[in-house]
Design a protein around this ligand. Sequence first.
Ligand code: HEC
Length: 246
Amino acid sequence: MIRKTIACILLGLPLLASAAGGGGHIQHVNADISNEAAVQRGAKYYVNYCLGCHSAQYVRYNRLALDLELTEDQLVENLMFTGERPHDTMENAIPSTDSANWFGRTPPDLSLTARARGDDWVYSFLKSFYVDPTKPTGVNNLVLEGASMPHVLWELQGIQKAVYRTDLDAEGHPHEVFDHFELVQPGAMTPEQFDVMVQDLTTFLTYISEPVQLKRQSLGIKVILFLVVLFLFAFLYKKELWKDVH
Ligand code: HEC
């Protein structure tokens, strides 16, 4: 019974992960939160391009400063533009009722998104906006079909369109599947620069979704080392105790 339950959980995990959606258009990202420079750049992009709509209600500016090793002056200069105080949380500017009217959906708080969706999902989502004149925002998103978020980074990424190819399904009927994106209007960044920017943003979102992650990992290593040493002494002690019995 127990074995069955464990097997179900283990088998269910990948299903759960894929239930986050994306239809197989998920790209891998290396969101390394120990890369402080990347988290700092991501924080700056977040404040400039995202905070207008998305709050990060569990993040305090002074906690950010502490973790990112910024002085209070650097904090105010780089991340705080609208007169917040250092102990404030990252609130957005628009009241949620207004934003729901504007976008059809209130932009969700992003404090925990990277954990809920996964960093690969967030990275792919931000790179998957494509032109779709039938949508009110003029764009659609391959990873989140019908997303009501506008393509806020279009000036940097440029504008891309989705190119489809025709495949045959199991019964031999032709159907369209996504093939690749084609840049129809280049942005201010090259695709490589844009990839790094989105990686930085994802790294920042990953960091805020679990700020203690780094500490937890280093603590984990210490605990394991301690257990190894403890085992060694326990083993030697046991040998000592039993040496006359045999
Ligand atoms: C103009 C307002 C606006 C701005 C600016 C904006 N977003 Fe959004 N965002 C939205 C809305 C609205 C949604 C909800 C989309 C939906 O579910 O249809 C959304 C959804 C998302 C989601 C999906 C969350 C989820 O779990 O479904 C992510 C991730 C996200 N935004 C990231 C960002 C990032 C990163 C930036 C900055 C580069 C940004 N957004 C800037 C309006 C905005």
